[in-house]
Design a protein around this ligand. Structure first.
Ligand code: T3D
Length: 263
């Protein structure tokens, strides 16, 4: 039997999703897209999962589309990759961004093409110091996809985003952290320990409140200050009605650690 292209585990309120095609640096095939879509859908419908962690097996995180599936013999028609974006990459990014809980990405090695932009679609990105981020698309005549043209300029500013996307140069994990592209770079041998500890920590936090923070941040990209102030009022109304808010206040006044349930 062949290895599953995506590994999926649940423990302590954390779902861990591992891209698992290490021989090609976890590049995407139709099969791996389907397996990832299934994992993301299982996470979305499981109320016991309060944090998701995405990583890659082997020495790379993800090298984007598997280019073996894009070779065209002379005289053959070009593949319809717009359809591939519509059917697989866009739903993947929408599914990741749509998860209500915090999504951590542990970038264990090179993240190129759609692999880089999948990482940037996550809420908190930790990267091994040896990892690199490459907007590789321009090197094969493509446009960055998987939300990269939306995410990257917002993270690093338009000047850096334009150069990264037009030159396809690798950005080290430390540089990425310095530029605000990711949360932080950590030693290679501590990446998974730190990412798992962070995921478990978040899974024990007031996760309904964290989901509302995600909604506020997502909306802020398209809102005016006035609209955002109104949204903050509405989200705070919801947050203020949660059991976790009541518990947080009680625990503070009792001078004891809170016991959050995510409700
Ligand atoms: O088509 C659509 O549906 C549209 C969607 C597009 C989304 C995209 O992501 S387009 C961008 C596709 N990705 C790339 O262009 C990146 C290609 N890979 C690289 O440039 C390099 O491999 C890396 C910079 C990522 C890593 O370099 P390095 O030197 O660390 O590793 P390597 O030796 O190049 O790769 C290791 C193996 O993985 C190697 O196989 P081998 O020689 O050991 O048998 C290499 O061929 C394979 N590999 C790496 N990336 C891909 C790949 N095989 C297939 N597809 C890949 N994308």
């Amino acid at each position: 039997m062949s290895e599953p292209t995506v590994l999926f585990a649940r423990a302590d309120g954390v779902a861990t999703v591992t891209l698992n095609r290490p021989a090609t640096l976890n590049s995407f095939t139709v099969e791996m897209h389907a397996a990832l879509a299934d994992a993301l859908s299982a996470i979305a419908s499981d109320d016991t999962i309060r944090c998701t962690l995405i990583t890659g097996a082997g020495r790379g995180f993800c090298a984007g589309q598997d280019l073996n599936d894009r070779a065209v013999a002379p005289g053959e028609d070009a593949p319809n990759i717009g359809e591939s974006i519509e059917r697989r990459y866009n739903p993947m990014v929408r599914a990741v961004r749509g998860l209500r809980m915090p999504v951590i990405c542990a970038v264990n090695g090179v993240a190129a093409g759609a692999g880089a932009n999948l990482a940037l679609a996550c809420d908190i990105v930790l990267a091994a110091r040896s990892a690199r981020f490459i907007q590789a698309f321009c090197k094969i005549g493509l446009v960055p996809d998987s939300g990269g043209t939306w995410t990257l300029p917002r993270l690093v500013g338009p000047a850096r985003a334009a150069a990264l996307m037009m030159l396809g140069e690798a950005v080290s994990a430390e540089q990425a952290a310095e530029w605000g592209m990711i949360w932080k770079a950590v030693d290679d041998d501590t990446l998974m320990t730190e990412a798992t500890a962070l995921a478990r920590h978040l899974a024990g936090q007031p996760t309904t409140g964290l989901a509302l923070i995600k909604r506020a941040l997502a909306a802020s990209a398209g809102n005016t200050l006035d609209e955002q102030l109104d949204l903050e009022r509405d989200l705070q109304t919801l947050a203020g009605g949660t059991a976790d808010y009541a518990e947080g206040v009680r625990a503070f006044l009792d001078k004891r650690p809170p016991a959050f349930t995510g409700r």
